[in-house]
Design a protein around this ligand. Structure first.
Ligand code: HEC
Length: 91
């Protein structure tokens, strides 16, 4: 599991970070401190498993405004974003 995210190219990582601050930022805040959605800062997410966060990103949370992103992200990319949000190293 840990090594998977290393396969994401630097160009794709830039795209994911752009998505995070533009699209995710519209709800979670440009600096991810929260808004309509909760804050996505490492100190808030530290006790939540990467698998839970990546599943939330891929599939959304039914009956909340959190939408699914599986139409534009694959599982590796969702895992990469989840680790990024937790402030974990990507390799
Ligand atoms: C339309 C608003 C909206 C957008 C856009 C959005 N989210 Fe969310 N997100 C939410 C809400 C609301 C929740 C809280 C859901 C709940 O009540 O459990 C949430 C929850 C989450 C969680 C779980 C946090 C936790 O503490 O368990 C993660 C991770 C997350 N979002 C990541 C993302 C990412 C990454 C993107 C962009 C790819 C994104 N979100 C885009 C509204 C949004």
């Amino acid at each position: 599991m840990a090594a998977i995210a290393a396969d994401i190219t630097l160009q794709r990582q830039d795209e994911l970070l752009y998505l995070l601050h533009q699209d995710c930022g519209s709800c979670h805040g440009m600096t991810l401190k929260g808004g309509l959605g909760p804050p996505l800062l490492p100190q808030v997410l530290q006790d939540k498993p990467v698998e839970l966060l990546s599943a939330t990103i891929l599939f959304g949370r039914p009956s909340t405004p959190m939408p699914p992103w599986s139409f534009m992200l694959n599982a590796d990319e969702a895992t990469w974003l989840a680790k990024h949000l937790k402030g974990q190293a990507h390799d």
